[in-house]
Ligand binder design. Structure first.
Ligand SMILES: [Zn+2]
Length: 44
């Protein structure tokens, strides 16, 4: 029943920023769990 696993991930809620709670559209690993506004601009 691998299809169930796919369905599970499809319906996962959007990631939210741990700082401000803003929904994070990007799912890149490098973004961690913070949105653009809360990421340290000095590291960019
Ligand atoms: Zn944020």
């Amino acid at each position: 029943m691998l299809e169930n696993v796919v369905e599970f991930f499809r319906y996962l809620p959007a990631k939210n920023c741990v700082e401000c709670g803003e929904a994070i559209e990007e799912q890149h690993e490098c973004y961690g769990s913070k949105c653009d506004n809360c990421m340290d601009p000095g590291k960019y």
